[in-house]
Every structure is written in C-alpha cells, then in structure tokens.
Design a protein around this ligand. Structure first.
Ligand SMILES: Nc1nc2c(c(=O)[nH]1)N[C@H]1C(S)=C(S)[C@@H](COP(=O)(O)O)O[C@H]1N2
Ligand SMILES: [Mo]
Length: 265
C-alpha cells in the first residue's frame, strides 16, 4: 500500500515527503485501499489515464456521491493543505479578526449579473446538509457533515452565459513566496459538477461554523471529486470558457503541479 502511494507521488513529481505524515493521519487511512474495486484505489493505480469523457460515461452526469449517517462520522475533518492563511495573507487575517463582516463571495466572469454575497446572506438562503466522505489523494479519507448553499442557486441568480464552460474557484491562501512568487490556491470544475445538487458553498462543518483550518468562511464541496478539488477560503467563483491563461494553465494549483484535472472518485 505504501508503495502504491509512493509510486503515485513519484509519478506526480512530488517525492515521498508526504509518506511519513500519511501514517499519522487521524482518519480512515488506507482502509479503502484494501478494497480491490474501490474507485479511489483505481484512480491511484491508473493515475491520469482516465479521460474526462470516459469518467463521465462511467459515472453518469448527475450520479450522487454516497451519503452517510451521523453514526459514521468517526472523527473531525482532518485539516490538510493550507490550515491557516493568517500566517501569510494579511487580508485574510483582517477578515477573521472582524468575524468575516467584510467577506463577500463573488460570482463573476461569464454571467449576466455579477453577484456578491455576505456570509450572513449565504447563511440565510435555503441550505443543504450532507454527510459525505472526503478522499485525499495522499491516501486518507474522512466522513463529515457539510452545510451550505447549493452553488446552482447562486449560478442561477447570476445567470450563466451560454459561452461559459468551466468554473474557477479562487481562494485566499497562498503557496510559495520567498524564492518563488507566491500563488493563490485555486481549482476548477465543469458546469456539470458546478450545478450538481451536492455541490455546495459550505459554511458549516459537523454542526458548527466552518473552522479556519477547514476553509472558513466558505469552502466549496464538489463531492464526486478528490480532496484537492474541494477549495477552501473561497472568495470568487468565476465562470470562464477556458483556463489556459490562468496560472500554468491546468485549471488549479495542484493541477498545475501535475494532478489530474478531473480528479474524480
Ligand atoms: N484553498 C485551499 N483549498 C484546499 C487546499 C489548500 O491547500 N488550499 N488543499 C486541498 C486538499 S489536498 C485537501 S485534501 C483538502 C483538505 O480539506 P480539509 O482541510 O477540510 O480536510 O482541501 C483542499 N482544498
Ligand atoms: Mo488532498
């Protein structure tokens, strides 16, 4: 099992640095890897071999991710990736200090009516709660309860233009800096996933406010995708007809560093 992960990481050019920390994971580390036909296991083994079209054909456009019961929540959502943008993003620190009073979630790009929402406005909209499993490409998973506004509702209010094909999710947190230029975390999805009924702009985790460690005030859940497609600290959701000119052109921070764009499970 460790070899499987190691090879995957080598394939991605990431080295084996994460191997030790994975053993410390507090969640369901590796249990799914023992299941021969588990989709994440297949994903790890086949790496980037499955095309977007092939995955769509297999999964069906609006198949729901499995939902779980309360009793299956065995531990808190394990924070991973950026866990506190206050360490290097002043704008984010100020938002936390003022309890996100100045926070706005913006819907921009190829829409008829650009929109912005305060956290309170989002919290007062009809919400959806779902208990789902988060699968990180590093080889651990966590079951957690997420509450938020369906993204489809916000996209309907902004009225997506017909030219739009993809959705970019822009985040506050920054990677790099120092010797290399700092870059903001971002990822993207197609419109099928953006309008999917389980895709929510989540502000609640396991019945409490979403903590900073897990992406406060808003993180998007795209439940049929791997962990790196679950953007935390989201401030702008941008409709585009392509993303080749954004970042290094692969549709996300990890995608720019070799991860598969679709990242399906
Ligand atoms: N903004 C932002 N979103 C992010 C990341 C990140 O570093 N920054 N890491 C991703 C990865 S790899 C994982 S596994 C999950 C971790 O989410 P969690 O901290 O709530 O467990 O967030 C994803 N979304
Ligand atoms: Mo991840």
């Amino acid at each position: 099992m460790a070899n499987l992960i190691y090879n995957r990481r080598r394939l991605l050019g990431l080295g084996a640095a994460g191997a030790g920390s994975m053993l410390l994971a507090g969640c369901d580390s590796f249990d799914f890897l023992g299941q021969r036909n588990h989709p994440v296991r297949d994903f790890l083994e086949r790496a980037n071999g499955l095309t977007y079209a092939a995955q769509r054909a297999l999964v069906g456009d609006q198949a729901l991710a499995r939902e779980f019961s309360e009793s299956e929540i065995r531990q808190g959502q394990r924070p991973n990736g950026t866990t506190d943008p206050r360490t290097n993003v002043a704008e984010y620190s100020q938002l936390v200090e003022t309890n996100f009073a100045a926070y706005r979630l913006r819907i921009t790009g190829l829409v008829e009516t650009p929109k912005e929402y305060t956290l309170a406005e989002l919290q007062n909209m009809p919400s959806r709660t779902q208990i789902t499993r988060h699968d990180c490409v590093e080889g651990w998973s966590c079951i957690a309860k997420w509450t938020g506004v369906p993204l489809s509702r916000l996209l309907d209010e902004a009225k997506v233009k017909p030219q739009a094909k993809f959705v970019l999710y822009h985040c506050y947190d920054q990677y790099g800096g120092g010797l290399s230029a700092a870059v903001n975390y971002y990822t993207s999805s197609d419109l099928i996933d953006a309008f999917h009924p389980q895709t929510i702009c989540s502000y609640g985790l396991n019945g409490a406010a979403l903590p900073v460690a897990n992406g406060a005030p808003v993180r998007v859940r795209i439940e049929r995708a791997l962990g790196y497609k679950q953007p935390k600290y989201v401030h702008t959701i941008e409709l585009v007809d392509g993303f080749s000119t954004v970042g290094r052109g692969q549709g996300g921070y990890w995608e720019d560093n070799g991860y598969d764009w679709y990242g399906g499970i």
